[in-house]
Design a binder for this molecule. Structure first.
Ligand SMILES: *[C@@H]1O[C@H](CO)[C@@H](O)[C@H](O)[C@H]1NC(C)=O
Ligand SMILES: *[C@@H]1O[C@H](CO)[C@@H](O)[C@H](O)[C@H]1NC(C)=O
Ligand SMILES: *[C@@H]1O[C@H](CO)[C@@H](O)[C@H](O)[C@H]1NC(C)=O
Length: 464
């Protein structure tokens, strides 16, 4: 991917304040959490009469799709499978011009994602709208994907499908966001915005809602590249006056709500981790280290890592640089026990690519202005929403996970040690039994705690 950033000088873009009502801004609630789900999701209403479909919000891909009745390999999800036959506005799309995959005379798709999952199915058109107040949100006729096969995370995930919000470059078909932007009677500008809280948040289309901004906060605008994906120019990571990383090493930097953590090229990841270790050792941040990537707060559960430093991310903005604050409540996430916080940034290995995932978005109003090619960022108090399943009571909201990385490492080690000691013979039998008992206890606790968790980090970003 060529990162050709469009350089624009700071334009004074002014949008009306985000009052609800006839302002041509659609709102929909988001649900989800880093630890319990590894993604955030919205609810779409599809077809006539409308059927509810839960979808992961993903600025890293372009397809909006979900499993349909007749699927040959689909998992068990939050909502019933979408039934095209029950919608009197559904139209299937035949093969032909602009269709690059044909499946039983219908135009199809196959999409693979970075972490190895994939979906395939057939395109159809139908009315779709963001769930929310009827006065605000209007249905548009859009191309949607009907999955006939789900693999790996798409099969096991709780929610039904995916809502790709990236500029379409994959199939040539239209995508829902673009169709919404065409509906100018109800959608004011080609703008959408995310405000993600620890649990849930809000997505707006047509504009943004500045009432979420923290007191005194206004948006800072940075350059946004939006051909095929959303890219920004990340120049530096700084904290406490220490430059952790500079310009060239970041590679292409993608802004992606479909990725759980923020992925940094290896050398940047190690320098940031090292700098934080130095800064926070000996309880200087009111926390003690738990393994390589977690900290146990001395102030107990329900506290926040308020003594950890704020990190500054420096972005390209025209010919200038803009600093975006990345607070510890975003670059770390709360583990299930409440007092342990773990890094929500990770090592992208030898890949020369940086992915700003959900941990970049948290507690910010982030505005994608696709007309001005600008990304607006302000610190915000985003609305929290917990999903309460009414439709299908088999799916209560997952509890926060107890499945912390150090616990998982300890478990693997304990079992290994137990096996080794067992093999060492009579002399070590007593110790071995003790270890086995301990390992068993560890497994037991974890299994109990594991059952409500969904998965680890996830990258919903199309593989190239
Ligand atoms: C299609 O369904 C909608 C919603 O249930 C209904 O109002 C409408 O009359 C139906 N149209 C036809 C042509 O059946
Ligand atoms: C869908 O919208 C309705 C009306 O605003 C609301 O009562 C309901 O809770 C929403 N459902 C979800 C899952 O957001
Ligand atoms: C981090 O920044 C926030 C403002 O966003 C401020 O309230 C807080 O005190 C800062 N924390 C530290 C440790 O400097």
């Amino acid at each position: 991917m060529a990162a050709s950033h469009i350089l624009l000088f700071c334009l004074t873009v002014s949008f009306g304040e985000g009052a609800v009502g006839n302002d041509r801004i659609e709102h929909t609630r988001l649900y989800g959490n880093i630890n319990a789900y590894a993604y955030y999701f919205a609810e779409l209403l599809v077809g006539s009469p409308p059927q509810a479909v839960s979808v992961i919000v993903d600025t890293g891909s372009a397809l909006c799709g979900f499993p349909c009745v007749g699927c040959s390999h689909c998992g068990n999800h939050l909502n019933p499978l979408f039934n095209m036959k029950a919608s009197n506005t559904s139209q299937s799309l035949p093969c032909g011009m602009g269709c690059d995959r044909c499946q039983a005379d219908r135009c199809g798709y196959l999409e693979s994602y970075t972490e190895g999952s994939s979906i395939s199915g057939v395109w159809f058109k139908d009315l779709v709208r963001l769930n929310g107040s009827d006065g605000d949100n209007q249905a548009v006729f859009a191309s949607l994907g009907c999955h006939t096969d789900e693999r790996k995370l798409f099969y096991t995930q709780t929610v039904n499908g995916i809502f790709g919000l990236a500029p379409h470059k994959i199939t040539g078909s239209s995508n829902v966001l673009r169709d919404m932007f065409k509906d100018q009677a109800h959608v004011r500008d080609a703008v959408f915005a995310f405000c993600l809280a620890e649990w849930g948040g809000m997505l707006t289309v047509g504009g943004y809602d500045s009432s979420y901004n923290a007191p005194g906060e206004t948006l800072s605008w940075v350059n946004l590249h939006h051909v095929g994906y959303y890219g920004v120019g990340l120049q530096q990571i700084i904290f406490d006056g220490i430059v952790v990383a500079t310009q060239r090493s970041f590679g292409t930097t993608v802004v992606d709500t479909g990725t759980t953590f923020t992925y940094l090229p290896q050398e940047i990841y190690y320098s940031l981790e090292q700098a934080l270790t130095n800064r926070c050792s000996n309880e200087k941040c009111a926390a003690s280290a738990e393994g390589d990537s977690c900290w146990k707060l001395t102030s107990g559960s329900h506290a926040f890592p308020s003594h950890f430093p704020n990190i500054s991310l420096m972005f390209t903005s025209g010919s200038l640089q803009v600093a975006v604050n990345w607070p510890a409540t975003a670059y770390m996430f709360r583990g299930g026990r409440g007092d342990v916080w773990c890094y929500a940034f990770a090592n992208n290995g030898m890949s020369r690519e940086t992915v700003l995932g959900i941990s970049f978005f948290l507690h910010k109003n982030i505005v994608f202005d696709t007309t001005q090619s600008k990304l607006g960022v302000a610190e915000a108090n985003c609305p929290q929403h917990h999903y309460h399943a009414k439709i299908n009571t088999d799916f209560p909201e997952p509890e926060p996970s107890f499945d912390l990385p150090p616990a998982r490492a300890a478990k693997a080690q304990t079992q290994w040690v137990a096996i080794m000691l067992g093999a060492a013979g009579v002399l070590l039998l007593l110790l071995s039994c003790a270890m086995c008992a301990w390992a068993y206890c560890m497994m037991d606790t974890e299994d109990t705690n594991d059952k409500d968790t969904e998965m680890g980090s996830r990258l919903v970003y199309p593989a190239k």
